[in-house]
Design a protein around this ligand. Structure first.
Ligand code: C2E
Ligand code: MG
Ligand code: MG
Ligand code: MG
Length: 291
């Protein structure tokens, strides 16, 4: 089956492995080879101010440039890596790469906050805090420029060890962001006590916002809730100007989505910083500022 699945090859392998199927070692080798051969690359997607389109940070999103399959998206290989114990190697590669990028942008005179996604398993590693600290030290970056995105389901495990890790990261000066908010099960009492600075409203609510009244009400309520907890709100998956206008009217702080920019290589962010009028992204940002 995998042979004919094309871009879904890894998913099919994962399903087969549940039934005791074949090639776990082969896949581990492929991912390790990818790490050794630098086949992973980070793309960066802008987070911009809802009011004027100013760049306020970027999210690092991993891509696998497989020599045979072409670009493989994280939705295909991250779940497999998580299931077979490979996510830490990938996750810490991402963290180092992002810190290196923060460093080189800092050198160029640009203070661009970079957010890295942490998988639940990575979050549970006992040495997570030390590894984050080691990366910050190695690249000698301002910890305030590093953000960690953690999904709602992980931070809502209100265990004392989760809380301690979050507090330690915060004490280090790292920004914490709650990703995909609204898709999990949240205890509001616990949300109040989380040391997170940013809440990202999941794309599903943004998609439905314009035609399903309930979705719009959820977005509105989440923005109010976040603001009352002194958190900044990011809307994910913004694709159309109407969504920008709605989110702006609801007081949403930041916007992320294809409307402004798909995730792009670092050079694309640099073009944006240099105000390159020819890039599609900056044209969009300027169009927004004029509305
Ligand atoms: P996420 O953290 O929620 O990232 C947002 C995803 O939505 C990204 O998909 C992004 O490309 C996509 N997206 C952004 N704007 C739009 C839009 O306007 N419309 C639509 N349809 N999609 C949009 P991507 O890059 O495929 O990443 C998928 C997920 O994979 C991420 O979800 C994140 O959970 C995970 N991921 C990505 N990179 C890493 C990584 O380095 N480490 C870990 N652990 N997970 C990662
Ligand atoms: Mg994310
Ligand atoms: Mg997200
Ligand atoms: Mg999401």
């Amino acid at each position: 089956a995998a042979k004919h699945a094309g871009r879904n090859t890894w998913r099919v392998y994962a399903a087969e492995m549940d039934g005791g199927g074949p090639d776990i070692l082969g896949m581990q080798r492929a991912i390790r080879r990818a790490l050794d051969n630098d086949e992973f690359v980070l793309h960066y997607q802008p987070k911009v101010a809802a009011l004027d389109g100013a760049l306020r940070g970027v999210e690092a999103l991993i891509r696998w440039q497989d020599p045979e399959r072409g670009v493989v998206s994280p939705g295909e290989f991250i779940p497999v890596a998580e299931r077979f114990g490979l996510i830490n190697a990938i996750g810490f590669w991402t963290l180092r790469e992002a810190c290196g990028q923060i460093r080189s942008w800092q050198h160029a005179g640009w203070r661009i906050p970079v957010a890295v996604n942490l998988s639940p398993q990575q979050f549970r590693q006992p040495d997570l805090v030390e590894r984050v600290r080691a990366c910050i030290d190695e690249f000698d970056i301002d910890p305030g420029l590093l953000a960690l995105e953690i999904t709602e389901s992980v931070v809502m495990e209100s265990s004392s060890s989760v809380r301690r890790v979050l507090e330690e990261l915060k004490a280090m000066g790292v920004t914490l962001s709650i990703d995909d908010f609204g898709t999990g099960y949240s205890c509001l009492a616990y949300l109040c006590r989380l040391p997170a600075r940013q809440l990202k409203i999941d794309r599903t609510f943004v998609i439905d916002m314009d035609h399903v009244a309930e979705a719009r009400h959820v977005v509105e309520a989440v923005i109010r809730l976040a603001h009352s907890l002194r958190m900044e709100v990011v809307a994910e998956g913004v694709e159309r100007p109407e969504q920008v206008l709605t989110l702006r009217s609801l007081g949403c702080d930041l916007i992320q989505g294809y409307y402004f920019s798909r995730p792009v290589p670092a050079a694309g962010i640099e073009a944006l910083m240099q105000g390159d009028q020819l890039t599609e992204q900056s044209a969009r940002v300027h169009a927004l500022a004029e509305r």
